[in-house]
Structures are given as structure tokens and as C-alpha cells.
Design a protein around this ligand. Structure first.
Ligand SMILES: Nc1ncnc2c1ncn2[C@@H]1O[C@H](COP(=O)(O)OP(=O)(O)OP(=O)(O)O)[C@@H](O)[C@H]1O
Length: 310
């Protein structure tokens, strides 16, 4: 439909939303491949929720358009929503009492859901379905939201800050649910401001800031580009100068026989230079995607549009 190939679950083209003269999101062009997990990353106010609401036709774009599961959200909203599992960023449940009642209501609205799906998900998340939603903590409400998003095994899951309010164990369980969904061929679009969690499950990461897409990267290539911190202990004092100009080496700090620096990319230039001295020890911290992301994020001009965006 719409000339879209079915291996694209979400296609956004110049998607733009202004709230008055305030930018929600501008010029967002992005494809999400069917069967993949896309992490949609950015800090508060970057435009993640705005983008998600545009994809679902809860907001109308100022400019541009989106195609979701081959459908135009503006024309086929109801049909589209039946095929999607959506977790809103702000959960507002109607006044029904028990979690189970609310989930039965959602299940019926979707034309019936195998109830064992619901209980399986609730068990995984350690959610007591007999509890009253009104008295639930934020985390437990979030679990109810997740169960309703996953319970009909939708072709596409659109999740706005899905781990918010979950404790670390439950965050891991949620990530396992996403990995299982991917195994089953479902597509997942999840927003987050935490790279570490997205890194575990995503195929690609899209980074938004100030309402613009700053980068789209495969998770592995983010990793390959990772900077790492290296500390080398020598027998005798060294000078920083002989290391500071090496390719990829920065932030050189020398205190006596100890050298600390940041290396971007391969370690060999540093290791060759170090080997001119007697090396006692070398410590290299695991490439930290969070740091890579942050350095990338803060050092790029705003209007960079990565080649990987399409
Ligand atoms: N209804 C609105 N009216 C005016 N401005 C809005 C409205 N909704 C969002 N904005 C603005 O649009 C920008 C993007 O907001 P959005 O909620 O999409 O960001 P976000 O990345 O989802 O952030 P958060 O994680 O805080 O939800 C922000 O500057 C925000 O203040």
C-alpha cells in the first residue's frame, strides 16, 4: 500500500510539528525496518513524545507525513491502532478498579486477546492483576501499561519511555520481552533517555535533540566508534607531549610514571608509543556507549542529518 515495501514498518518524511512557534520536532526523516528494534533516544524535551504522537495521529503534523505499517495514520487511524501496541509516556487509566478489569476492557476493545498472554506477561512482570489500579505505584501502573501494549502480540510496538518507574530487575525483564518480540518478528519503536538500556536490545539507535534527528546509527557501529579511557603505568616518569599528538589520543594527563588518556578508535598508536618505555601495567576501560553517545551528542552541530537516517 502507498508504494511502501513491507519491510519498512515506519516511514517518516520531513515530519514536523510546531506548537505555535515552539518546535516540537522538525524535519524528521526516518525509516524503521520491520522486525527491528529502534531506540529513539534523547533528553527530556527533545521531541520524542511529539514524534510518537504524530505517528499515531494523536497530533497532526505542521509539515511532512508518516506511513505506519503501510497505512496513513490520518486516514486509517482506527485500523492502525488495532495493529499497534502503544505505551503512552503519561499513563492515564480510566476509573476502572482492578488491573484485570481494565485489561479485559482493552482486550475486548481489540476484539479479544488470548487471556493466557495477559497472565504470562503479568507473571513475567510480577504484576498482581487483582490489585486496584488506583492504589498502585507508578511502577506497577507502568506494568499494566506494558501488559496492555504487548498482550495482543501486535506487529508494531510503540513504547514511550517504557522503563520509567521500573526497578532494575523489571527493566531487565522488560528488555527480555522486547528481545522476544523481536524474535517473533515484531517491530519495536521505543523512546528512552537511557542509552544503556536501548543498547541491549536495539538494532539501531536514532538520536534526537532540540526537535531534530541528530544521528541514526546501528548499535554495533556506535560501539566500534567508542572512546575508551586508558591508563598506563610505566617504570619511569614519562612526558605527556610524546603521547598527546598520537592519532585518536586525547585528554592526556601524566602524573609521574602514570599516563591517563582517552582513545578514540584503535589502540595501536598508543601501544606502540608506550612500548618505547618499560610498561608495568595497562588498564583499558570497557568502551562505554553512554560516553560515546554523550560526546557525540554534545560535540555535533544541531543540524547534522546522518546518512543512516534512511
Ligand atoms: N502541548 C504542547 N504545547 C507547547 N509545547 C509543547 C507541547 N508539547 C511539547 N511541547 C514542546 O515540544 C518540545 C518537545 O517535547 P516532547 O514532549 O516531544 O519531548 P520529549 O523528548 O518527549 O521529552 P520528555 O522526555 O520530557 O517527554 C519541548 O520543547 C516541549 O516543551
Amino acid at each position: 500500500m502507498w508504494g511502501m515495501s513491507s519491510d519498512i514498518a515506519i516511514h517518516a518524511e520531513d515530519l514536523t510539528k510546531f506548537y505555535g512557534d515552539r518546535r516540537g520536532v522538525e524535519g524528521l526523516t526516518l525509516d524503521v525496518h520491520a522486525g527491528q528494534v529502534l531506540g529513539f533516544l534523547g533528553p527530556n524535551g527533545a521531541g520524542k513524545t511529539t514524534t510518537i504522537r504524530l505517528l499515531l495521529d494523536f497530533l497532526r503534523p505542521t509539515r511532512g507525513h508518516a506511513t505506519v505499517l503501510g497505512l496513513d495514520p490520518r486516514r486509517d487511524k482506527a485500523l492502525l491502532h488495532r495493529q499497534i501496541g502503544y505505551l503512552p509516556g503519561e499513563l492515564a487509566f480510566p476509573g476502572r478498579d482492578k488491573a484485570e478489569d481494565l485489561l479485559r476492557f482493552f482486550a475486548a476493545a481489540r476484539g479479544g486477546v488470548a487471556w493466557n498472554q495477559v497472565t504470562t506477561l503479568a507473571d513475567r512482570l510480577e504484576l498482581d492483576l487483582s490489585r486496584s489500579i488506583r492504589t498502585m505505584s507508578k511502577g506497577n501502573k507502568q506494568k499494566v501499561g506494558l501488559v496492555q501494549a504487548f498482550m495482543h502480540q501486535p506487529a508494531l510496538l510503540i513504547l514511550d519511555e517504557p522503563t520509567s518507574g521500573l526497578d532494575p530487575l523489571m527493566q531487565q525483564e522488560f528488555l527480555a520481552m522486547v528481545a522476544d518480540a523481536r524474535t517473533d518478528g515484531q517491530t519495536v519503536f521505543m523512546s528512552s533517555h537511557v542509552l544503556a538500556e536501548v543498547q541491549q536490545v536495539a538494532d539501531r539507535v536514532a538520536i534526537v535533540r532540540d526537535g531534530r534527528l541528530a544521528a541514526v546509527e546501528r548499535v554495533e557501529s556506535l560501539g566500534r566508534r567508542a572512546t575508551r579511557t586508558v591508563e598506563i603505568h610505566f617504570d619511569d616518569p614519562v612526558t605527556g607531549e610524546e603521547f598527546a599528538s598520537l592519532p585518536g589520543v586525547s585528554d592526556v594527563v601524566v602524573s609521574g610514571p602514570i599516563l591517563r588518556c582517552t582513545v578514540d578508535g584503535r589502540l595501536s598508536p598508543l601501544i606502540k608509543a608506550a612500548a618505547r618505555h618499560e610498561v608495568i601495567d595497562l588498564l583499558s576501560a570497557e568502551p562505554d556507549l553512554e560516553e560515546t553517545f554523550l560526546s557525540y551528542y554534545y560535540h555535533q552541530p544541531t543540524d547534522v542529518q546522518a546518512e543512516g537516517a534512511r
